[in-house]
Design a protein around this ligand. Structure first.
Ligand SMILES: O=C(O)CCC(=O)C(=O)O
Ligand SMILES: [Fe+2]
Length: 350
C-alpha cells in the first residue's frame, strides 16, 4: 500500500517557531480540547522494578501482570541501562532537531517511505504540534542504515548502543509479560517472527505560543507490540484510563512502557493496547521523547494465538501481516483505538 507522503518540503513546527510566530496557524488549531486536568495524584502509573523481575520476585511479576491487565502502561525503574547513555541519546536527538532546517531536510522522509525526518498522519485535518524523526533500528541492514541521520556526528554510534540496550530490555519484558499470561517466556517473542523488529520515533515538541490550542500527538494506541519510551524532564504524556486522562510524571531516568495493538491481537483482547496522547504544556520549553517500538517483523502474519481462542471465546480479530497493519495505520488519521478496532471481527458500538 502506498503511503500518504508528506508535503515536500515537510512542514516544520520548529521552523514556524523560529520565524517568530505569535499565533498558531489554523492547520494546527484544535477544534475542541477535552479536559486536560489530570486525575488525582494517587492515580499514577504502576512502577515496575526491573531488578526484582530479573531476580524472579513473584510479587513483582504479579504487579506486572496487574499493570498489563489494568493499565497496559507502566514505568520501569531500576533497569540496568546506564543513565549516562540516556543523557547521551537525548542529547544526540536534541542536537539533530537543533540543526538548521536545510540540514534536517537532507534526512527528510522520501516519497513512498515513512523513514526519515518530517511528519506522519497527513490524513488528519488538524496537524499535531510535533516534528519527528522515524527509522528502523533492528534488524540492521545497509539499506535501512541509510535513513539514519549522520548529523550530529555522534547520532549513529549513540543510537546503536541505545538500540542494543533497549532491545535487551524489550526481550526481557516480553518474556516476563508472557510469564504473566502463564506461558513460556519466549512465547510473545516467537510470535514476532525470527527476531524483534525495532523502530524509533523521536518526537520533538517545540514550545508553543498557545499551548492550550494545540495537541502534541493526537490520542492513539501504538501499532506495534510493546513501546519503550524515554522522556526528558518536561511533562506531556497522558494515558486514558476509565475515560479520564492521567498525566504521566516526567522521569528522565525511568522508561514508560506500554502494550500496543499486536499484543492485543495476539492475546485475543486479554491484554489491551491503551490510548495515550502528548499535550503541549509550556510556552517556553521544548520537549523531546524517544519512542522505541518493538513489533513483529513486517512480513509476520499476526492473529490471535491458539492459547487465547476456544469455542466460547472465538478469534475476535482478523489477521494481517504487521507490515500491512502499519501501512494502513500510517495512512489514516491518528484517532484513538480506531485502527485496532477496525480489525475486530464483530465491530464494537461506540
Ligand atoms: O511524546 C510522548 O510522550 C508520546 C509519544 C508517543 O506516544 C509515540 O511516539 O507513539
Ligand atoms: Fe504512542
Amino acid at each position: 500500500m502506498a503511503l500518504v507522503v508528506q508535503s515536500q518540503p515537510p512542514i516544520s513546527v520548529q521552523a514556524l517557531v523560529q520565524n517568530g510566530l505569535e499565533e498558531v496557524p489554523s492547520r494546527f488549531l484544535q477544534r475542541s480540547l477535552d479536559s486536560r486536568v489530570s486525575a488525582p495524584f494517587e492515580e499514577s502509573l504502576p512502577i515496575i522494578d526491573h531488578g526484582k523481575l530479573l531476580r524472579n520476585d513473584p510479587s513483582e511479576l504479579a504487579k506486572l501482570g496487574a499493570a498489563c491487565a489494568e493499565w497496559g502502561f507502566f514505568q520501569v525503574v531500576n533497569h540496568d541501562i546506564p543513565i549516562s547513555l540516556l543523557e547521551r541519546v537525548r542529547k544526540a536527538a536534541r542536537q539533530f532537531f537543533h540543526l538548521s532546517h536545510e540540514e534536517k531536510l537532507e534526512f527528510a522522509i522520501k516519497p513512498g517511505s515513512c523513514e526519515g525526518y518530517g511528519r506522519h498522519f497527513l490524513a488528519s485535518d488538524v496537524l499535531d504540534w510535533v516534528d519527528l524523526l522515524y527509522h528502523q533500528l533492528l534488524p540492521i541492514s545497509t539499506r535501512n542504515l541509510s535513513s539514519w541521520p549522520t548529523k550530529p556526528e555522534s547520532y549513529r554510534t549513540v543510537l546503536h548502543e541505545y538500540s542494543n540496550e533497549v532491545h535487551g530490555l524489550a526481550k526481557c519484558l516480553l518474556g516476563k509479560i508472557s510469564e504473566t499470561l502463564g506461558l513460556e517466556s519466549d512465547f510473545l517473542e516467537k510470535k514476532f517472527g525470527e527476531c524483534i523488529y525495532q523502530t524509533i520515533r523521536v518526537n520533538h515538541y517545540p514550545p508553543c505560543p498557545q499551548p492550550d490550542r494545540v495537541m502534541g500527538l493526537s490520542p492513539h494506541s501504538d501499532p506495534g507490540g510493546i513501546t519503550i519510551l524515554l522522556q526528558d524532564d518536561v511533562e506531556g504524556l497522558q494515558v486514558r484510563k476509565n475515560g479520564k486522562w492521567v498525566q504521566v510524571q516526567a522521569d528522565p531516568e525511568a522508561f514508560v512502557v506500554n502494550l500496543a495493538d499486536q499484543i492485543e491481537i495476539i492475546t485475543n483482547g486479554l491484554y489491551k493496547s491503551v490510548e495515550h496522547r502528548a499535550v503541549v504544556k509550556t510556552e517556553s520549553k521544548e520537549r523531546i521523547s524517544l519512542a522505541m517500538f518493538h513489533s513483529p517483523l513486517p512480513d509476520t502474519l499476526v492473529s490471535p494465538a491458539a492459547n487465547f481462542v476456544n469455542p466460547r471465546q472465538p478469534s475476535r480479530y482478523t489477521s494481517m501481516t504487521f507490515g500491512q497493519y502499519r501501512s494502513s495505520f500510517l495512512n489514516k488519521e491518528l484517532r484513538g483505538k480506531n485502527h485496532v478496532k477496525s480489525m475486530l471481527v464483530e465491530k464494537e458500538q461506540d
